[in-house]
Design a protein around this ligand. Structure first.
Ligand SMILES: Cc1cc2nc3c(=O)[nH]c(=O)nc-3n(C[C@H](O)[C@H](O)[C@H](O)COP(=O)(O)O)c2cc1C
Length: 187
């Protein structure tokens, strides 16, 4: 790889979303070119102008009209992080649903053989649901690294999410993609 590797970040509509700039800044500092894709529900959480100026590219959150040319020179992803990942997106993605631009990107990414790291922000009640547990298992079986469980990120009790925002492990998600991208390099 001669250019800096491209890191696509998909952000969903959950509490840590307004702070995704921290991940973008750290990724840039570590030599990645980050590009941000938001689900439609994430958009109200984000300052799109600020994030576009941080990445140097528009934040994509919808499909282009069918008669439009491809917009912008976004390079192919070398790795992808989904953070924060919602209950909704994890369930839809695992079940092959692609009804948003972000889910289309995620559906294809699994077939592209790149490192994918998912950092969920889901409370313990939602995380205990059988559909969610099945979705996590299905995505893991397809090679997706989901940061959930002992030694990773633990779901929070309902109603306490705001107390966990400052601990959200953005850096650890980046370390995981780096370990998968350059397995011979210690992070
Ligand atoms: C203020 C606010 C906070 C939310 N926090 C979470 C959350 O932490 N985790 C989650 O899974 N959903 C959360 N939701 C609900 C999701 O936004 C909702 O399920 C939405 O449909 C997710 O869409 P997406 O997966 O396309 O982003 C929150 C919604 C709002 C308005």
């Amino acid at each position: 790889m001669t250019d800096s590797p491209a890191l696509w970040i998909v952000t969903c509509g959950a509490g840590p979303a307004p702070y995704v700039g921290r991940l973008i800044t750290e990724a840039k500092d570590r030599g990645w070119r980050p590009y941000l894709i938001a689900t439609p529900s994430a958009v109200p959480f984000l300052d799109l102008d600020e994030l576009a100026s941080l990445t140097g590219a528009p934040v994509r959150h919808s499909h282009r009209p069918p008669d439009n040319q491809r917009s912008g020179p976004r390079p192919k992803a070398d790795a992808l992080i989904v953070a924060p990942a919602t209950y909704n997106t994890i369930n839809k993605w695992a079940n092959g649903i692609a009804d948003t631009y972000a889910l289309d990107i995620l559906a294809e990414a699994i077939g592209n053989d790149i490192p994918i790291v998912v950092l969920p922000f889901v409370n313990a009640s939602l995380a205990s649901r059988a559909p969610f547990r099945r979705s996590v298992d299905q995505l893991r079986a397809e090679g997706v690294h989901i940061m959930l469980g002992p030694g990773e990120w633990q779901p929070h009790p309902p109603g306490t999410g705001s107390e966990r925002l400052s601990q959200f492990p953005w850096s650890r998600a980046l370390a995981h993609v780096e370990e998968a991208t350059w397995p011979h390099v210690k992070s």
